[in-house]
Ligand binder design. Structure first.
Ligand SMILES: [Zn+2]
Length: 426
């Protein structure tokens, strides 16, 4: 036997690797060994039948919150990974300098999926719902540098949230400090944009080549386009300078109106990410394949949308061993069906677009091992009674209404192909 596992009969999508087409995918020792048409079945110990399915690199979600049990936002990544094809999870800012050790020991080291992080400029990270930058003493640049220098193996950059309630009276100062440590650590900054102040026109000029704006298609006050849908001058200059645009759909940060205006103006996101967390997991975000389906609904091609959740984040984050099906890469692989029908897809403003295609994960492999499909995690116990401390209760009602109307990914898709497949043994 030459291979441990062979994915046979599917259509691969890996434009960046030049491997899109009708190919079988062979896996050996946790890595991709061959991608060719017609690899004989007797060359492998285990066969996965991918007839009528797309075979893609495991998705890389560059905006997630997985520090469950220790922060307001965190969800458990493994069950979601097993149902969505997301094999690499970038936790952005759940941990700060004081709490990164817990993220490593209790989450990253125990997870089946691969996790790395952006470290929050606030040393308490996203322990609470908000306000982590109201107290500037939490933005300790010296502590950040000490902790970051000892944890470079799990870090990609600096996370900072810009929003009126998050920064309080401190305006741009937390962003300035984030950029200051980013310069010293040679990291990009990922900036979350929300409700002003500060003004987005003051934020954008501070960003450097390689820095990332997440929530780039927000409909909130910091949006990158003006009220008639034209990109701000500062937006165009930032893009020219090499600033990166990331979706980060979340519970309040993606509207079709902004997305369609931006795309019409020639502004494309570099990366599609979910911003999955305790609130957004219950819809209308739900998960990364659903986010990708929303882009299909507004005219982005399947191959291009998938590249924004595989090859692009891999390149942006320097993850050279994934995001592609090229032989030698980690055998993190996702199998999807593309369901056809009329699917009502909602944004966070309750606007709907009809998707003709729904991307549905059928199987997820990590390091060549099929994941066992797991039930979705329950919300944290305090979530329903406490919600978001009195704000945003409307979204919880909206989520219940979506589920009542059958507009969840599970309700819309036909049953998965590999529901009974045992992933724990070759
Ligand atoms: Zn987030």
């Amino acid at each position: 036997m030459r291979f441990d596992l062979l994915i046979k009969g599917g259509v691969t999508i890996d434009d960046a690797g030049g491997l899109s087409g009708r190919h079988d995918v062979a896996i050996s020792k946790g890595r991709i060994a061959a991608v060719e048409p017609g690899i004989p079945a007797d060359a492998a110990f285990q066969i996965v039948d991918a007839t009528d399915l797309y075979v893609t690199p495991g998705l890389i979600d560059m905006h997630t919150h997985v520090y469950h049990g220790a922060t307001f936002w965190g969800i458990e990544p493994d069950p979601v990974g097993s149902r969505t094809g997301v094999t690499t999870w970038i936790d952005v800012g759940s941990a700060g300098a004081l709490t990164l050790e817990g993220l490593r020991k209790f989450i990253i080291e125990r997870a089946e999926v691969r996790i790395s992080a952006f470290l929050n400029i606030s040393y308490i990270g996203l322990t609470g719902y908000d306000f982590e930058l109201v107290n500037l003493a939490y933005c300790d640049t010296r502590l950040f540098e000490i902790v970051a220098s000892r944890n470079r193996d799990i870090l990609h950059g600096v996370k900072v949230r810009m929003g009126a309630t998050t920064v309080g009276p401190n305006g741009l100062e937390p962003l300035r400090r984030a950029i200051e440590v980013a310069e010293r650590c040679d990291y990009p900054v990922m900036v979350h944009i929300a409700v002003p102040p500060p003004d987005i026109r003051e934020i954008l000029p501070l960003l450097r080549e390689g820095d990332i704006i997440t929530h780039c298609f927000t409909g909130n006050g910091m949006k990158l386009i003006d009220d008639v849908g034209q990109p701000l001058e500062q937006t165009l200059r930032a893009i020219d300078r090499g600033v990166i645009l990331d979706i980060g759909h979340g519970a309040g940060s993606f509207t079709f109106n902004t997305a369609e205006a931006a795309l019409a103006a020639g502004i494309k996101p570099h990366a599609i990410s979910s911003d999955i967390h305790q609130i957004s997991i219950a819809g209308p975000m739900f998960d990364l394949p659903t986010c990708i389906s929303k882009f299909l609904a507004i005219g982005v091609r399947l191959n291009e949308a998938l590249a924004m959740a595989t090859a692009a984040p891999a390149r942006l984050l320097g993850l050279e061993d994934r995001g592609t099906l090229r032989p030698g890469a980690l055998a993190d692989i996702a199998l999807f069906s593309l369901e056809r029908g009329d699917y009502p897809l909602y944004d966070i403003a309750n606007e709907v677009r009809t998707g003709r295609e729904l991307l549905v994960n059928q199987l997820t492999l990590i390091g060549g091992r099929p994941m066992r499909r797991q039930p979705l995690p329950q919300r944290t116990e305090w979530f329903e009674p406490w919600g978001t401390a009195g704000r945003d209760v409307s979204i919880i009602e909206f989520q219940k209404e979506l589920v009542r109307r059958g507009h969840s990914p599970d309700a819309m898709a036909r049953p998965r192909r590999f529901a009974g497949l045992d992933g724990h043994g070759h």
